[in-house]
Design a protein around this ligand. Structure first.
Ligand SMILES: [Zn+2]
Ligand SMILES: [Zn+2]
Length: 135
């Protein structure tokens, strides 16, 4: 068995160069020439830009310049949902309405009692002007 050079021996790690729209390998000088059609790398093996695992590029991956594997994509979606939920919970705390009212105001939030467990909505502070303030 003969050993090949590293450049020939790896799964290309594809990314799209924004300016040219061409797909290059991040590990070697390989790239897909512009005359190969719009999405020439679909069906090709690549490596995830987050975890480096190997996967096959699909139409879905063409939406990004640095494709990531399904696991990492799912993690990113979950993190985005999580941060959206966190801002709703913050909103809930600031508004000081009941959970039922809040979900009526923001149907998309769909917060559960579990989500807001332990969160005390800010009581509206009534600041009484102190007329007797000494001067
Ligand atoms: Zn390569
Ligand atoms: Zn990954």
């Amino acid at each position: 068995m003969s050993r090949r050079t590293n450049a020939m021996n790896h799964v290309h790690k594809y990314y799209r160069l924004e300016i040219t729209g061409l797909w290059h390998c991040g590990l070697c000088t390989h790239y897909m020439p512009g005359n190969m059609g719009p999405d020439p790398v679909i069906g090709f093996k690549t490596r995830c830009w987050i975890c480096d695992s190997k996967f096959i590029l699909s139409q879905f991956d063409m939406e990004t310049n640095k494709p990531v594997c399904m696991d990492c994509a799912m993690t990113m979606v979950k993190e985005r949902q999580q941060s959206a939920k966190e801002s709703y919970i913050e909103e809930f705390r600031l508004l000081g309405v009941s959970l039922e009212e809040f979900n009526k105001l923001f149907p998309k939030a769909n917060l559960t009692a579990e989500d807001v467990k332990g969160i005390e909505p800010d009581a509206v502070e009534v600041i009484e002007a102190d007329e007797d303030e000494r001067s």
